[in-house]
Design a protein around this ligand. Structure first.
Ligand SMILES: [Zn+2]
Ligand SMILES: [Zn+2]
Length: 301
């Protein structure tokens, strides 16, 4: 930039106009989606073994984000953690989350639970874990990775406080359920925003992964494994969300994992349009019961 240095610290601000939080992150202005690079980078991959950040091969690693959009570090008697981290789940540059076994996914969820506990004992009210998969959604590093954000408040869309819990009160899931699991519900969401949105949550009303029993973690991982496999084609873009709220701030929050692929039954993509982006109103062209039936057919194959 011409004209000297500028402050690139991200700013969290509450928009009085929209009544929701915004992040202005000028440090990310120059970032280029990996799909938009005109030629192959001569820079080595920052997350492959041998890089300065990841010298050794690994199973799971959590690193401070180099381009954080939330700034700061929280500390507690358990240690310190940046509020924005990168979550790496495989050394292999071409490994995707759908390649991981249920056992590896269980270990990954346990690792996320430990990190979440660090953030929450340090004062974070909510921890949002996500993965953006697919060039069309604009990830900036090709090596598959997720991100972990610790918020000082509970984002409005993560949960609604002070209401009866919608998941505990949900009517019989039979028409939407994809696989029977002992401790966890796994099916198409009755509140699907996109056609094949899948929801995985413990039947017990808990608010974060650290409260899960071993059986619940194992069943969440099994559900996630099947959900990722059900997407089928690795070319289909998706967003994975893990929504967690600190037990001290939980209210009616119920821990949930959302896997939201962007494909429609006819193979085209359903992307966010005007109503979705600017009103938060989703227009889902597929009935959730039909979506569940289509996914069950895929399971049977
Ligand atoms: Zn890599
Ligand atoms: Zn509940």
């Amino acid at each position: 930039m011409v004209g000297g240095s500028r402050d690139t610290t991200p700013t969290l601000l509450f928009s009085a106009l929209h009544e929701e939080w915004l992040i202005h992150a000028p440090g990310r202005e120059g970032m280029i989606p990996q799909a938009a690079r005109v030629q192959a980078d001569d820079q080595p991959c920052p997350f492959c073994p041998g890089s300065t950040e990841t010298p050794q091969a690994y199973d799971t690693q959590i690193l401070p984000s180099r381009h954080p959009f939330l700034s700061g570090v929280v500390t507690s008697e358990h240690g310190a953690a940046p509020v924005h981290s990168v979550l790496l789940y495989a050394s292999g540059h071409d490994v995707i989350l759908a390649d991981l076994s249920p056992q590896r996914l269980t270990r990954l969820l346990r690792r996320i639970a430990e990190h979440t506990r660090l953030l929450m004992t340090g004062g974070c009210a909510a921890v949002y874990v996500f993965e953006v998969h697919g060039d069309v959604l604009g990830p900036t590093v090709a090596h598959p990775h997720g991100q972990i954000l610790g918020f000082s408040f509970v984002p409005d869309k993560m949960t609604r406080l002070g209401r009866p819990c919608a998941l505990c009160a949900a009517a019989d899931m039979a028409a939407l359920r994809l696989i029977e699991l002992e401790t966890v519900e796994f099916g198409v969401s009755q509140w699907s925003r996109l056609p094949f949105e899948m929801l995985i949550y413990p039947r017990r009303h808990i608010s974060e992964l650290g409260q899960c029993t071993n059986a619940e973690l194992r069943d969440l991982a099994a559900g996630l494994h099947h959900a990722l496999r059900l997407i089928g084609d690795p070319a289909v873009p998706y967003i994975l969300n893990i929504m967690q709220v600190s037990p001290s701030k939980a209210g009616e929050h119920h821990l949930r994992i959302e896997l939201v692929p962007f494909n429609k039954p006819n193979g085209t993509l359903k992307m966010a349009g005007a109503c979705e982006l600017f009103l938060g109103i989703y227009i889902n062209p597929v009935d959730p019961v039909r979506a569940a039936a289509l996914l069950r057919q895929r399971l049977a194959r």
